[in-house]
Write a protein that binds this ligand. Structure first.
Ligand code: FO1
Length: 324
């Protein structure tokens, strides 16, 4: 079993690849565990879209709101203590109301667009957001240029991600996922630096297909990760995802969703793998592998769970760093 979490681990430089809600929870735990300035989050921007002329960045906002202690505890996205005056009026005047933007959330969307229009990059705007909300960790968009994820449904239709995820509630069957607008895109300089300077890289328990893969698909990322200690946390427990379409996507792409399937998905990049205690059965096949797999409680119900899982993941990473 991996040794207990040690004080010295708090100074490890940790870079996390994350998407929305699941990733945000682990990031809150890591933010509370590591010393200030040691945590970099590289966040998926494939879910971003333009709505009412505003650049909406759901995964960036879910992560920032969570780290600022402002996120809606029920949804995991948007803000707590929210009001919906604008959305209700939009509905009344027959404007698009399928994507629920609360009044406080909208204030941030408007300010982000103002700063983008003034020439700031998404990285700079996100840095400004973190400074404004007193977030000590760095939240880094994976890239500054548009990198839209699109879904081809089994009846041949291409959908924008939010159209698939929110407007159609993930109901369409996925035949193909197109990442970064079908173009080879470089990570932002800040994201690339965060990867190069990391002691440990963690894949958060986010959707492998549409939260982690967009980041892995960026130019040079896999090559950097091949030189790093990488530990992934499975977002699939007992063949299902706690939230979102990850398990459904596995199935529709012809793969039985399981922690085993997640491990296989990342197999050529992994040094460590953390899966839930409920999936012990799966792990029996992995013992001979050079990837160190450990089970833990990966369901994060409260801050204590987030910190406990963060300490377990960092401890596994630290052990591998020593043994490597
Ligand atoms: N998800 C929904 O299912 N319904 C919504 O109305 C919705 C609004 C929304 C507004 C701002 C934001 O940052 C996220 C929002 N999300 C909503 C979640 C978002 O679609 C997903 O979190 C990501 O795109 C998937 O990780």
């Amino acid at each position: 079993m991996t040794p207990r979490f040690e004080e010295s681990f708090k100074d490890l430089k940790v870079t996390v690849l994350a998407g929305g809600v699941g990733g945000a929870k682990l990031l809150v735990g890591l933010d509370k565990t590591l010393n200030p300035g040691k945590l970099n989050a590289i966040v998926n921007t494939g879910d971003d879209f333009f709505h009412f002329g505003l650049h909406i960045a759901p995964d960036i906002d879910s992560v920032c709101y969570a780290l600022a202690g402002l996120s809606d505890p029920v949804h995991g996205w948007g803000r707590k203590d929210e009001s919906w005056q604008v959305l209700e009026e939009l509905r009344r005047i027959g404007a698009p109301d399928w994507f629920a933007l609360g009044d406080k959330d909208l204030a941030w969307q408007l300010e982000r667009q103002r700063l983008l229009n003034a020439g700031m990059s998404l990285t700079e705007v996100t840095e400004h957001f973190c400074a404004t909300f007193g977030i000590p960790s760095r939240v880094l968009p994976m890239c500054d240029e548009p990198a839209p994820t699109r879904i081809r449904t089994q009846n041949g239709e291409w959908l924008g991600f939010q159209d698939y995820f929110v407007r159609q509630k993930c109901k369409p069957e996925v035949a193909e996922i197109s990442l970064t607008g079908g173009k080879k895109i470089a990570p932002s300089q800040a994201a690339e630096r965060a990867l190069r300077e990391a002691d440990l890289v963690i894949f958060a328990p986010s959707n492998p297909w549409v939260s982690i893969d967009p980041i892995l698909s960026l130019k040079g990322v896999r090559e950097i990760l091949n030189e790093k200690v990488v530990v992934a946390v499975s977002p699939i427990i007992q063949n299902s995802a706690l939230k979102g379409p990850a398990a459904k996507m596995f199935r529709e792409l012809g793969i039985m969703p399981s922690s085993e399937a997640v491990r296989e998905h990342y197999i050529d990049l992994l040094d460590g793998f953390v899966f839930d205690d409920l999936d012990q059965e799966d792990s029996k096949k992995w013992q001979a592998s050079d990837i160190i797999s450990e089970s833990f409680q990966t369901i994060m119900k409260d801050e204590k769970d987030k910190v406990a899982l963060s300490e377990a993941v960092i401890s596994l990473g630290a052990r591998i760093l020593v043994e490597k």
